[in-house]
Write a protein that binds this ligand. Structure first.
Ligand code: NAD
Length: 491
């Protein structure tokens, strides 16, 4: 039997917690909903405070041996873990699609992204830096693991966002507990089973539960670091809770990303990219373009091109539809929020540009489907511009002056990502560098990867993930002051 066969999971229908490499369930269980159909997904554990204590104790017990391995040894484990995810990718793609509302095109990108992230992260090595050397002493700065880390994950990228945290935590010598969103627990639990096949006991644990589970971890004295991805409102609660035991934390929060379009763009090429950038995962992406500022000289042509592309080329469908580019809204809570926003179209007198086309409405009985909609130049202070919509309803806004559009783009408490599009590359880059955001893209589709850090400015977050910065976020600094023995002991 080849290595890949050893990693194949028997079942993708039974879901258990992974604590100390044991698969256990709980007295009570719960289930999430398939957003394409409204039907229940398989039951998952409803973890209790006792389960949390057991997981933290297991991760604490595993820490000395795990942190004592070399980076090369830990990277070898990660490499096997990537093989294990890869060996089960077909089943994981189907499962993720079903629970997250991602058609195969999107679910495939996420699962393959997980494998790439693990492999990319495992190539990094933290190095020690000698900051001073004299006849008397050597001063060395090193990065050491923190202890037990918990990753708290949202529902929009239930697999990849957990994997980003897990890979960085483990490479740097921490042990890890993965807490998925109650809306999307299934894929994480299966990835946890794969981890149990690869890592020593207690190094990776995965616990599902309801909304009461996250606070049990942020309050727990045995947890040393919280890496949180989610909304700004919850991020603030996490930060407050971490203060209790002075836990380290990383916060990756919401965004209200502007895209600025100069009049010298190639409309035929850029309009389809903007349409996809706004509607990727039905707009439920932290770094999706959420405010599209189009220069007034091309506004009408550009908006028409975006609308036509959506109508003709972005098919919305269920998670089993291989032709669909986008799926339903992921859950009832977000669906309700968005219905409230759509109801503002009439109340506020916004002009909606219909873009649903013939592709909308197929097989969507029971699912949380909403028709993609562009809003034509709403007031700058309207809810659709000011708030992160996180759905397929997108404001198109007009601009004429560079300073003014930069001011409008920056006039938000969010600062996650931003993009600038223009034929004059230097001008577009100059504008991008003026934007208050952790990632800026110049004539470039939104992109993240294992090599480059991403982070939020302002209320979009604190700390970074991926790249060397992401690894350092999983470490304490230790400065070693060593007297040269000759200067003290005379040897
Ligand atoms: P959310 O804040 O509601 O939930 C995120 C996670 O926190 C879930 O696992 C939830 O169970 C848990 N949680 C809830 N209350 C908690 C508490 N008091 N203490 C600890 N944990 C708690 O976010 P969501 O609705 O799942 O995700 C959507 C949001 O996430 C959007 O705002 C989006 O922009 C943001 N997001 C940001 C990034 C990024 O990298 N910056 C990436 C993806 C999503």
């Amino acid at each position: 039997m080849g290595a890949a066969e050893n990693y194949k999971l028997d079942s993708f229908e039974i879901f258990r917690n992974v604590i100390n490499n044991e698969l256990t369930t709980t007295a009570q269980t719960r289930h999430a909903i398939n957003p394409s159909t409204g039907e229940p997904l398989p039951d998952v554990p409803l973890s209790t405070p006792e389960d949390v204590d057991r997981a933290v104790a297991a991760a604490q017990a595993a820490f000395p041996a795990w942190s004592g391995l070399s980076q090369d040894e830990r990277a070898d484990y990660l490499s096997k873990f990537a093989d294990a995810v890869d060996a089960n990718k077909e089943e994981l793609i189907t499962l993720l699609g079903r629970e997250a509302g991602k058609p195969p095109q999107l679910a495939t990108m996420e699962i393959l992204g997980c494998v790439a992230q693990i492999r990319g992260t495992s190539k990094f090595r933290l190095t020690e830096e000698k900051v001073e050397e004299t006849d008397e002493r050597v001063v060395t700065v090193r990065h050491v693991p923190i202890g037990v880390g918990v990753g708290i994950i949202p529902w929009n990228f239930p697999a990849l966002l957990g994997i980003i945290k897990l890979s960085a935590a483990l490479l740097t010598g921490n042990t890890f507990i993965w807490k998925p969103s109650p809306y999307t627990p299934n894929t994480a639990l299966k990835i946890g089973e794969l981890a149990a096949k690869v890592f020593p006991k207690g190094v990776v644990n995965v616990l599902s539960g309801d909304e009461s589970l996250g606070p049990l971890f942020t309050a727990h004295p045995g947890v040393a670091k919280i890496s949180f991805t989610g909304s700004v409102a919850t991020g603030k609660k996490v930060m407050q809770a971490c203060a209790g035991t002075l836990k380290r934390f990383t916060l990756e929060l919401g965004g209200n990303d502007p895209a600025i379009i100069y009049p010298d763009v190639d409309v035929a090429k850029v309009a389809p990219m903007i349409a996809q950038l706004a509607l990727i995962h039905t707009g439920q992406v932290c770094m999706a373009a959420k405010r599209i500022y189009v220069h007034e000289d091309i506004y009408d042509t550009f908006v028409a091109a975006v609308a036509n592309f959506i109508k003709s080329s972005i098919k919305m469908g269920m998670s089993n539809d291989p032709e669909a580019a986008i799926g339903p809204i992921q859950n009832s809570m977000q669906f309700g929020k968005l219905q409230g926003l759509y109801s503002q179209i009439d109340k506020q007198g916004w002009k909606a540009i219909p873009v649903a086309g013939s592709s909308f409405g197929n097989n969507n009985a029971g699912g949380y489907f909403l028709a993609p909609t562009l809003i034509d130049n709403p007031p700058e202070d309207s809810q659709i511009v000011v708030e992160e919509q996180f759905g397929p309803i997108v404001p198109m806004l007009k601009w004429s002056d560079e300073d003014d559009v930069v001011r409008r783009a920056n006039a938000t408490q969010m600062g996650l990502g931003a993009s600038v599009w223009g034929g004059d590359q230097a001008r577009a880059e100059r504008t991008a560098r003026r934007l208050e955001a952790g990632s800026v893209w110049v004539n470039h589709f939104v992109s993240v990867g294992p090599l480059a850090p991403y982070s939020g400015h302002k209320q979009s977050g604190i700390g970074a993930e991926s790249g060397m910065e992401g690894l350092r976020g999983w470490c304490n600094i230790q400065t070693v002051w060593t007297a040269k023995s000759s200067s003290v002991n005379g040897k």
